[in-house]
Write a protein that binds this ligand. Structure first.
Ligand SMILES: O=P(O)(O)OC[C@@H](O)[C@@H](O)c1c[nH]c2ccccc12
Length: 246
């Protein structure tokens, strides 16, 4: 039986369109969207705006997201590990932990929290990237290895990671750049098709989404989902999942 709490399985299943046709949400799902509960961004400041993370989680679930992402980094993104644990406990969707992880202890902690996937940033871990992927897999986690240029794709290809994420933003600029989806267009063809390819960051509208999904299996979106207000958020996310504005 396929374990849908595993992010890589969930995306594959989504793509092959094998989801339960009787399920009213899945029936109309078209695009595999990992929705990020992003409470703060270095560029826009507070994105939560008095809402509750778990309420946003419900909205993302109801809108048909294929997975959830949460940034636990406190310094730049005001993340909170306790909130991350709560998110993992309160959803059947696979949850991705985003942080600037450089120790194996943090990977173990991620697995213990009940996450599905851990982000491994090749720019940070360099020649240790493959070892961190192996370690995360031995803890029962899926891995998303993040890349931003050709050299980093070479590093990612030398690992056993099931998923490779092209970050359209440059993490060295800590999100003060807008990111450009043309980076996905440029780099995606360099990644072998046996890996699940995810386009991350700077996806603001359906045009951007359609562009990246020509080359990738899934898209990871935070800021533009968080910037819509609570009342319209579900419809907005749904429009990305369905690939059309209603
Ligand atoms: O808010 P955006 O532009 O939709 O991006 C989401 C996500 O890709 C971004 O938050 C991110 C990508 N890689 C990271 C590494 C650490 C912290 C955050 C990130």
């Amino acid at each position: 039986m396929i374990n849908f709490k595993r992010q890589a399985n969930a995306i594959k299943n989504f793509k092959e369109n094998k989801h339960d046709k009787n399920d009213p949400v899945n029936k109309i799902n078209k695009n595999a969207i990992i929705a990020e509960i992003k409470v703060h961004s270095p560029k826009y400041g507070d994105l939560l705006k008095n809402r509750k993370e778990l309420d946003i989680l419900k909205i993302y679930e109801e809108a048909g997201a294929v997975g959830i992402s949460y940034i636990t980094d406190k310094q730049h993104f005001n993340g909170n590990f306790k909130v991350f644990e709560e998110i993992c406990k309160n959803t059947e969707l696979p949850v991705l932990r985003k942080d600037f992880i450089t120790t194996k202890d943090e990977i173990e902690k991620t697995a213990e929290a009940g996450a599905s996937t851990v982000l491994i940033i090749s720019r940070l871990l360099k020649e240790e990237t493959a070892e961190f992927v192996d370690f995360a897999m031995s803890c029962g986690l899926d891995t998303l290895v993040e890349v931003h240029n050709k050299e980093e794709i070479e590093v990612a290809k030398d690992t056993k990671t099931s998923m490779i994420g092209i970050n359209n933003r440059d993490i060295r600029k800590l999100e003060l750049d807008d990111g450009t989806v043309s980076l996905t267009e440029k780099l995606a063809n360099l990644i072998p098709k046996d890996r699940i390819i995810i386009s991350e960051s700077g996806i603001a509208n359906l045009n951007d989404l359609n562009t990246v999904l020509k080359y990738t299996d899934a898209a990871l979106i935070g800021t533009s989902f968080m910037k819509t207000n609570f009342e319209t958020q579900k419809e907005f996310v749904k429009s990305f999942v369905r690939g059309k504005y209603e």
